[in-house]
Design a protein around this ligand. Structure first.
Ligand code: ADP
Ligand code: MG
Length: 261
């Protein structure tokens, strides 16, 4: 579980996050939505220890996220950004995947087997000897996710990871997320795309650095104002849902049809 207690943060001027208290249960899939500048990326960076809270604390499986403990924290949680360019360490995709295993002193044979298995799982056969820099956006994301999986991270944060991808790339990442979720990983997905946000278990809405709403997808979507008051635009599908669901006899059927995972 990720536990965020009384966390506030500011860069230089006013508070960007204001007294955040949240729990993200292990194994769940949480979507974080909120207008530009509402503090989503800052929250993500605090959780992985890239920033230090001004007040309060964060624990992951009861281990405190703090400078002295970052080596342990990084074994549990990883973050994939919109543009994963700066995340690759290997000369080739294959090397990149092997890197974290090498660092963990994994025996050679086990390492080769794991890398082969992951390459197959993520259909990276044709890319394995290429330089990560030369891949397309979607391919880079796939390698970054494969890297998170091979390192056996329990928690993975996706910060707008799909926003630069074409529709096909988005579907691929979504299907990887589903696989990770089914494998018991905890997913925190920051996204602008409300339809994608509905694919998870829970939705957290941030407004101006505060928790505005946090609940199951169903609870959050039950009231259109949760979306509108957060200055977010309804997606086409949600708009259709709200119009048709006015008639309560359609509500459940529509829900099943449009949003069920
Ligand atoms: N490195 C930074 N220095 C100063 N202000 C920042 C920095 N990064 C973000 N901010 C400000 O903090 C607020 C929250 O930003 P951010 O967490 O990136 O929001 P979101 O990801 O929801 O768009 C915004 O007002 C943004 O301008
Ligand atoms: Mg952001």
């Amino acid at each position: 579980m990720i536990k965020i207690s009384n966390v506030s943060y500011k860069y230089n001027k006013g508070l960007v996050l204001d007294d955040i208290n949240l729990e993200f249960p292990k194994g769940s899939w949480i979507s974080i939505i909120g207008a530009n500048g509402s503090g989503k990326s800052t929250l993500a960076k605090l959780i992985v220890g890239l920033l230090k809270p001004r007040t309060g604390s964060i624990t992951i499986d009861e281990e405190k996220v703090e400078e002295d403990n970052l080596v342990n924290i990084r074994k549990k949680i990883g973050i994939i950004f919109q543009n994963p360019d700066n995340q690759f360490v290997g000369v080739t995709v294959r090397h990149d995947l092997a890197f974290s295993l090498e660092n963990a002193n994994t025996p050679w044979e086990e390492m080769v087997n794991l890398v082969d298995k992951t390459i197959k799982e993520f259909s990276l056969e044709d890319l394995q000897d290429k330089e990560p820099d030369n891949l397309s956006g979607g391919q880079k994301q796939r390698v970054a996710i494969a890297g998170a999986l091979i390192s056996d991270l329990d928690y993975i944060i996706f910060d707008e990871s799909t926003s630069m991808l074409d529709p096909q790339g988005v579907l691929e990442i979504l299907s990887e997320m589903k696989k990770l979720s089914q494998a018991g990983k905890t997913i925190i997905h920051i996204t602008h795309d409300l339809d994608l946000a509905c694919k998870g278990d829970d939705i957290l809405i941030l407004v101006a650095g505060k928790v505005f709403k946090y609940g199951s997808v169903k609870q959050i979507l039950a009231d259109k104002n949760n979306i509108l008051l957060a200055n977010l635009e309804l997606s086409t599908i949600l708009d259709i849902y709200y119009n048709l669901a006015l008639d309560s006899k359609y509500r459940e059927v529509l829900w099943e049809y449009l949003f069920k995972k």
